[in-house]
Design a protein around this ligand. Structure first.
Ligand code: IMP
Length: 427
């Protein structure tokens, strides 16, 4: 059986959670491979509506093993809260495992995220404030503490003593704030360790065994391609890679195992936080999309910036990830609009370009060149077959497929699992 990577095409919030939840019915393993609790997946399931930040979206399928891979940074308090909430509402979490190589978010990461943002003043990234950037920075600096370290209190103390001393110097000498207490952090993380211990495993072996049994594995990304630290709108990006290639690094699967890459894209674009967004609508249409689509961050509640579909950005994502198909989500949000626009190029210094520039200063100067299509002005939320969609909706989808050079496998017309049109097979 194959491995399908499910990847965000935009700046996150594309509806990956719903798609993974849907596909998880057929999968035996779902692995989250990047990000941390900066992610927020809203999923409507037979158990009700859930907001997941760390737990993979496959948790609602009773036969599916869920893995938080080594590429994720874990805030233990958030993880414990999430499993408590799932258990209280009848969702079984005994099939959930955490890689012993996943790094932990520590209290100083959260403090430093806020302090660094403040220090950037007008150039703030608009992070989620969850300590994600500082945690990944420590991973690269070899100053991280991993979930596996929680299983040995002597090792935890040894690492924490050295690292906290260094972090306290930064907190007090650079930012002028109070230091953190070694005893308090240590005892808090010992408690977390007790709670997390049953979940911590050498998880990549589990994936290898699943592949040997020919079981379907889903790789679940967090955030979206345009937030990738290398290929996104750097420095207005997140700090771990949400790309398909990172699916291998963040889970322990070898690259030749991925057989399909499914890009998830909204029928329009959104972005939360700072950084350029060429098709942003700062008008009534943008407001209408935001209100109809409830476009407010699951993690921070911030209003999302809304805009027309940017085919230049989406095609760039297709190339970087090698999408074999896309899932187009939230088509229903456009149901009432009389006319729709798709960005097919950028006007830059008098020329028209058809590529996504690598630096934000250039992207900021880009003006969208639009193509206009008629809207369908009819409800789609009850449509279940592609042929039953209004003609204009089918034309819109066909144009997106053509512009991004990728077939649509799925079309989502609502939050519930059944509000999905299976257009072409993924496998
Ligand atoms: P961080 O990941 O918290 O460091 O935030 C860096 C940037 O990524 C900010 O612009 C955030 O708004 C954005 N970001 C991080 N996670 C998500 C997400 O799950 N959806 C959308 N934007 C996100």
């Amino acid at each position: 059986m194959p491995v399908i990577a499910v990847i965000g095409t935009q700046w996150g919030d594309e509806g990956k959670g719903k798609i993974v939840d849907l596909l998880a019915e057929k999968a035996r393993v779902v692995v989250r491979f990047s990000g941390g609790d900066n992610a927020g997946q809203t999923i409507v399931t037979p158990y009700g509506k859930f907001n997941l930040h760390l737990v993979p979206s496959g948790i609602f399928s009773s036969h599916t093993v869920c893995v938080i891979g080594n590429g994720v940074v874990i805030n233990p308090a958030v993880f414990i809260d999430e499993i408590n909430q799932l258990n209280e509402r009848g969702v079984d979490t005994t099939r959930l495992f955490i890689s012993d190589r996943a790094h932990l978010i520590m209290p100083y990461h959260i403090l430093l995220d806020g302090l660094e943002e403040k220090a950037r003043a007008g150039k703030a990234i608009g992070t989620t404030g969850k300590g994600i950037g500082p945690a990944f920075a420590d991973k690269a600096s070899r100053l991280g503490i991993r979930t596996g370290d929680l299983l040995d209190s002597a090792i935890l103390m040894e690492k924490l003593r050295f690292i906290l001393d260094y972090k306290n110097t930064i907190l007090t000498k650079i930012y002028g704030v109070s230091p953190l207490s070694l005893d308090e952090v240590y005892s808090q993380y010992c408690q977390y360790g007790e709670r997390l211990a049953p979940y911590i495993r050498e998880t990549f072996i589990m994936l290898e065994e699943a592949l040997n049994r020919k079981e379907l594995i889903l790789l679940e990304s967090a955030q979206g391609t345009l937030l990738d630290p290398d290929f996104g709108t750097y420095p207005y990006t997140t700090s771990s890679s949400p790309l398909a290639g990172a699916g291998c690094l963040g889970s322990g699967l070898s690259p030749n195992r991925i057989s399909r890459v499914l890009g998830v894209t909204k029928a329009y674009f959104t972005r939360v936080g700072s950084g350029p967004m060429p098709t942003e609508l700062k008008d009534e249409t943008g407001d209408l999309i935001r209100e109809r689509g409830h476009e407010y961050g699951t993690t921070t509640g911030r209003p999302r910036r809304c805009g027309w579909f940017d085919a230049i950005g989406a095609r760039f994502s297709t190339r970087i990830n090698g999408f074999t198909g896309v899932a187009i989500t939230r088509l229903d949000i456009l149901d009432h609009l009389p006319r729709l626009k798709i960005c097919i190029g950028y006007k830059l210094d008098g020329d028209i370009i058809a590529y996504f520039p690598s630096n934000v200063a250039t992207l900021e100067k880009c003006q969208p060149v639009y193509e206009e299509l008629p809207g369908w002005q009819a409800p789609t939320i009850n449509v279940r077959q592609d042929e039953k969609l209004p003609t204009e909706a089918r034309q819109y989808i066909a144009r997106l497929e053509e512009l991004i050079s990728c077939p649509a496998n799925l079309i989502s017309v609502g939050a519930r699992r059944e509000q999905t049109i299976l257009k072409t097979p993924i496998l």
